[in-house]
Design a protein around this ligand. Structure first.
Ligand code: HXC
Length: 257
């Protein structure tokens, strides 16, 4: 697939996908989302890549779904476009994905950042769910993920007023892992990606899967799920290698098997 609306840079063992519609603040149109999903799925099955970053530019991570593409649509148009199947596929990516956010992360842009596993922000980042201002409401997980991230009261205020949250407030509220000056946020996201990419890939995937399950399962079911993944890793060569290397006081050499 030729990419028109994203760019992909591989710096093995990490890869960075840059959303690339700067003229419209990276508004997420159908084409961009298709390219993003295609690229993420390719990277998910690329053994040379262990961690992925999604970023935008200094002014915008993404200012939401493309309003011009939706403005004339009716319910049946929206249903038949089925854009949410792309979002569902992003949710199924097994490798860790870091959002490196600067500028606007609004509507679907905020929802895309929240679908990532870690959010690194620049000091200029602004998060919001402004759909209420255009007569709708969040549709790609905003009411659920924002509420889980920042709590009911802050989420309710953001979603009902359409107001934006600064990077600093987002970090205090638990929506963002860390905030850096704008010149540094992408490099810091890459530093973190390289650190995660240096860990045993199978354990990373199963740990990610287990953490995400905590959003869906009761504590009892979540603990059982975690335990099964824990046991499963004892079939991996990396478990043998990791524990042997510890005992022999040397660095482990991961195989991803
Ligand atoms: C289409 C958009 C856009 C969007 C910005 N642009 N956001 N185009 N869809 N979501 C375009 C503008 O039309 C303009 O194009 C150019 O980008 C620059 O934007 P300006 O408004 O001139 O910039 P500025 O004055 O700096 O204001 C920035 C902004 C504002 C506050 C972010 O652009 C804004 O409010 N955007 C909409 C944000 C929003 O409502 N997002 C939620 C969308 S609904 P031209 O051609 O005029 O230069 C959604 C639902 C998701 O996300 C559900 C899942 C599918």
């Amino acid at each position: 697939m030729e990419f028109e609306n994203i760019t992909l840079t591989k710096e093995i063992p990490i890869a960075t996908i840059q959303l690339n519609r700067p003229d419209v603040l990276n508004a997420l149109n159908h084409r961009l989302l298709s390219e993003l999903v295609f690229c993420l799925e390719q990277l998910d099955s690329d053994d040379s890549v262990n961690c992925v970053i999604i970023t935008g530019n200094e002014k915008a991570f993404a200012a939401g779904a493309d309003i011009k593409e939706m403005a004339e649509a009716d319910t049946i148009d929206m249903l038949s476009r089925d854009s949410f199947s792309a979002w569902d596929r992003i949710r199924r990516i097994k490798k860790p994905v870091i959002a490196a956010v600067s500028g606007f992360a609004l509507g679907g842009g905020c929802e895309l950042a929240m679908m990532c596993d870690i959010i690194i922000a620049s000091e200029t980042a602004k998060f919001g769910q402004p759909e209420i201002n255009i007569g709708v409401m969040p549709g790609a997980g905003g009411t659920q993920r924002l509420t889980r991230a920042v709590g009911k009261y802050r989420a309710m205020e953001m979603i009902l007023t359409g107001g934006m949250m600064s990077a600093g407030d987002a970090a205090k509220s638990g929506l963002v892992n860390r905030v850096f000056p704008v010149e540094l946020y992408l490099e810091e996201a890459k530093r973190l990606a390289r650190l995660i990419a240096s860990k045993p890939p199978l354990a990373v995937k199963l740990a990610k899967e287990s953490v995400l399950k905590s959003e869906e399962l009761s504590l009892k079911d979540g603990l059982e799920f975690e335990r099964k993944n824990f046991y499963m890793l004892f079939s991996s060569e990396d478990q043998k290698e990791g524990m042997k290397a510890f005992v022999e006081k040397r660095d482990p050499r991961w195989k991803g098997k």
